[in-house]
Design a binder for this molecule. Sequence first.
Ligand SMILES: [Fe+2]
Ligand SMILES: [Fe+2]
Length: 188
Amino acid sequence: MNKDFSWQKNIFYELTDLGKDILFSPQYQILFTFRKHGKTTTFEHVLMVAFYSLLKVEKKKIKCDKKSLVRGALLHDYYLYDWHRKGHPRLHGYRHPGFALKNAQKQFPLNNIEKQIIRRHMFPLTIVPPIRKEARIVCVQDKKCSWRETRKKNPYEKYKELIEELKRKMENPNQSENTICANEGKSI
Ligand SMILES: [Fe+2]
Ligand SMILES: [Fe+2]
């Protein structure tokens, strides 16, 4: 395994640790069932937006609230319907940040950074720009991930095993209590 991937793997585990309250909430698994772009599910999309946002912060050594960054990214598309199917709300692009915020607030306590990440992630389609550093990072990474998902056949092939491992742990949280780790070999 090359050094760069091993570093990325640790960032992925850091993300699962920072976002564990959301990831291990049973209701959150509903995102496994919705399609986002191409073959990518909404779960894979929000997870990868959180991952690339955290990767950016770690790479550039940007000082920010990493936990809010990850939590906001994980919930930014929590609108809970498949926009490919008939009958979904009209003007999805404009309205889904509001739906996502409403759903997320019902289930999780959110701070102002997390709320802004969700509410403003569709800028410039929606008019109000993200001001907080964390919200700006997620807004950019969301667009980059959407581009990857639309243009590439298997955009997250490199991280497939990590994603599948996480899904197994989310589906069987009791079995994995001691194996979710922030770094390889380190229990939390
Ligand atoms: Fe979105
Ligand atoms: Fe998104």
